[in-house]
Design a binder for this molecule. Sequence first.
Ligand SMILES: NC(=O)c1ccc[n+]([C@@H]2O[C@H](COP(=O)([O-])OP(=O)(O)OC[C@H]3O[C@@H](n4cnc5c(N)ncnc54)[C@H](OP(=O)(O)O)[C@@H]3O)[C@@H](O)[C@H]2O)c1
Length: 269
Amino acid sequence: MSLTPNIGLAQDERIVGDLCYMSECTEKRIALVTGAGRGIGKSIAQLLASKGHHVICISRSEGSCGAVSEAINSDGGTAESLALDVSDKTAVKEACETLLEKHNNIDILVNNAGITRDGLLFRMSDDDWDAVIDTNLSSCFSFIKHLARPMTRKRWGRIINMSSVIGLTGNAGQANYAAAKAGMIGMTKSLAKEFAARNVTVNAVAPGFIATDMTAELDEKHQDAIVGMIPMKRMGQSVDIAGTTAFLASEQASYITGQVFTVDGGMVM
Ligand SMILES: NC(=O)c1ccc[n+]([C@@H]2O[C@H](COP(=O)([O-])OP(=O)(O)OC[C@H]3O[C@@H](n4cnc5c(N)ncnc54)[C@H](OP(=O)(O)O)[C@@H]3O)[C@@H](O)[C@H]2O)c1
């Protein structure tokens, strides 16, 4: 008899807490997005900024990440840009140290920068292998290594790694890319286990076929063939990936870690 009101009270308290937690009352966070100059990364940077976060936009060329951060600032958000080769371990270390001095902590890290250097194995050069592994996979290791410790100390962090459905299925002519994207998934799950108790979540997004400069390189016949394999019969848009990423970066995703979210119009199920 006496337990019922107490249980009820505890539930009510939890509901009050959950209502706040489920609402959009998010704190302003510091987010870092690599490959933010174009395509998917640009959409992610813009969406995170529209949610009130300060966004550090990183890309190879100042022209692209600079234009994105300028657009965010002129639209009323706050952003800064940094031109950096994410495959350069020393440059990433120095950049992370400088950013931590300035901001104390990066709360949201989106490892999105990526390239393709396709070719069947016998024609794939060592350079093509190394460039894709270094840019797509090793860069994630570098950023996480330098930025995760303050997140764990703060007991709040979100790491989102941009994998690909190719990391799940493989693809002829993309051994380097598939290895990097599958590697990101293994790394995501391992680090999710390492950081879970510190309230730092690590998840991966695996886009399908998204309309960006990367896929525009494919000829029309190839594009049509891929679209033919997508149950929704269309390419995805960068905003589709940005939406999932922003959700994973939010308070609402606080109990999700070590997961891979395919966003692909039903291509891989
Ligand atoms: N598009 C798709 O269908 C698709 C599907 C699955 C997964 N993905 C993944 O999603 C991510 C974004 O793809 P996207 O289609 O948006 O590509 P994108 O349009 O080609 O843009 C790539 C971005 O990454 C930056 N970048 C590339 N190499 C870099 C380096 N070494 N250092 C710093 N920045 C670098 C580029 O910088 P600059 O602007 O300076 O050149 C650019 O901003 C990639 O990881 C990709 O593998 C894409």
